[in-house]
Ligand binder design. Structure first.
Ligand code: ZN
Length: 516
């Protein structure tokens, strides 16, 4: 048999229980055709095919980030970095904005992203007046690291038409000064509402550069497939992505979630979960449960109805639920959907599932639900969780071990740009549960390195109904692979976060390679 490529002399972690390790892998037509020892594949290593000596390096299945936000990451590229690494106080935020004001014409938007009030000296969100002090004539928007809050200055509020008289859009919260009732600039759960009104489109050149940069960053992180979880995704966005995928501006495979409000539009096109091809597919229907206003939205009945309507239209659902009560509401809705068609393997998902009691774990397992969660939060926000999460919630925070032991499919993700898209940080965090200060959150819920790697390979493939296509290095699967500087399954846990991706292959083609 003539093959296109043979990688040999590698430590191959196949993800296959029957043959977990191998030394050589052969690729033909973009798929894996053989995996085994060097001797097994000796006949395929020929000058006719391309052969590559991996010199003992580790090969893993291509990494899958099951839940991130590609276009929010794009906006972040063009905004000021206000992350805890860059600013430590509201005064620092003012300095960063003030610097930009000097070389941008008045009236032009200034954006900043990733501020996190917990890591600011003042331990609170900035106000519109503090932003006005340095930018009286420029509209300013700064977004919280979670993307669930943002602050606008007076010119910004005016530009998007928010004033003293304004009422909240559904699910949003406009914070007001307690005495005067005046808007203080802080908005919760209103970012997509605000973005629709920003009227600050990127130029074609900025867009081209930004997408190129993001594409490179995703490949550099070894992400051969990702799920885009943007709540506003509609059929037009799918077509836009299709264009970018077609001209190879985005090379990772994309699983685009459908925004919950657009179910009818997707149905009209005849599209459902799984529509598309190996490079761009429609994923689950995204539904968000929010408690920003103090009241749960959507309510339980509405949620049940949405889940059933989606399932009946051929959509798997993915419900964003963070707080204990939201997670429980999501479980009730998934049980409702499950009971209507108990024979069907719906693989309905909960996204985040941050606060999850043992009882909830058991109920999720009973309906074979899928959990898509974010191990890297334990690292990047671990300190905050330890200090701010109520003591009764701490023991049920991201209980990965319980979820695994109950037999659930548990997939990992970054929620980028909320935190770095580097899957090695997620694997490290799932194994150690350590924050940068070295202290671990709920260490009893640590996973093995093999489980943590599965969270970024075989589990997300299952979460996307693509377990026969990707997630393992076995014959028949797409030849998506990463070559790593070290083996996360063998190296000391604390070293996992330093592992670098040296090569990324999609469909047997090298799409990224380290230069050093
Ligand atoms: Zn998200």
């Amino acid at each position: 048999m003539a093959v296109d490529l043979v990688l040999y002399n590698a430590q191959i972690m196949t993800g296959d229980r029957r043959q977990p390790r191998a030394e050589a892998v052969a690729v033909k037509g973009g798929r894996i055709v053989a995996v085994g020892s060097r001797t097994d594949l000796a006949g395929l290593i020929s000058p006719a095919g391309r052969s590559s000596d991996c010199r003992g390096k580790t090969l893993l299945p291509g990494l899958i980030d099951a839940h991130c936000h590609f276009f929010s990451s794009l906006r972040q590229l063009f905004s000021l970095d206000l992350s805890p690494a860059a600013v430590h106080s509201i005064a620092d935020i003012q300095t960063a904005i003030g610097r930009k004001v000097r070389y941008i014409p008045a009236g032009t938007w200034i954006a900043g992203s990733d501020y996190n009030e917990f890591y600011l000296a003042e331990k609170r969100h900035p106000t519109r007046w503090e932003l006005d002090a340095v930018a009286p004539d420029h509209p300013v928007i700064i977004t919280h690291r979670s993307l669930h809050a943002c602050v606008l200055n007076s010119a910004g509020l005016q530009k998007i038409g928010l004033s003293f008289e304004s009422e909240e859009p559904p699910g949003g919260l406009i914070e007001r000064d307690l005495e005067s009732g005046e808007l203080n600039g802080l908005l919760f759960e209103m970012l997509s509402w605000v973005q629709e009104r920003l009227q600050a489109p990127l130029s074609a050149a900025e867009l081209d550069w930004g997408i190129g940069e993001l594409n490179r960053r995703w490949l550099e992180a070894g992400i051969t497939s990702f799920g885009d979880a943007t709540i506003t995704n509609d059929p037009a966005q799918y077509q836009k992505l299709a264009g970018l995928v077609e001209k190879r501006a985005i090379q990772s495979r994309v699983n685009m979630m459908a925004g919950g409000a657009h179910l009818a539009a997707f149905k009209e096109k005849g599209w459902r979960t799984g529509s598309g091809d190996a490079r761009l597919k429609i994923g689950s229907l995204k539904i968000v449960i929010s408690q920003a206003t103090g009241e749960m939205r959507p309510g339980q009945e509405e949620l049940n109805r949405m889940v059933l309507a989606a399932n009946q239209a051929g959509f798997q659902v993915a419900i964003h639920a963070v707080e204990k009560s939201s997670v429980e509401a999501a479980v009730r809705a998934l049980e409702y959907g499950h009971n209507q068609q108990p024979e069907t393997n719906l693989r309905n998902r909960i996204e985040h599932c941050s606060e999850c009691s043992p009882e909830t774990v058991a109920r999720l397992a009973a309906i074979k639900a899928v959990v898509v969660t974010q191990p890297p939060f334990l690292y990047f926000q671990g300190e905050r969780y330890r200090q701010e999460t109520p003591p009764e919630i701490q023991p049920i925070l991201y209980p990965f071990k319980w979820l695994w032991e109950a037999g659930l499919i548990v997939a990992g993700s970054s929620d980028a740009p909320v935190v770095s898209n580097n899957p090695m940080m997620g694997i490290f965090a799932a194994v150690t549960r350590q924050a940068p200060d070295g202290a671990a959150l709920l260490p009893t819920q640590r996973l093995s390195a093999a489980q943590a790697v599965a969270m970024y390979t075989s589990a997300p493939a299952l979460a996307q109904f693509e377990e026969n296509e990707k997630g393992r290095l076995i014959p028949g699967q797409l030849a998506d692979m990463v070559m790593l500087s070290d083996n996360p399954l063998d190296c000391p846990p604390e070293k996992i976060k330093d592992i670098r991706v040296e090569k990324t292959l999609i469909g047997g083609q090298v799409v990224w390679e380290s230069t050093n």
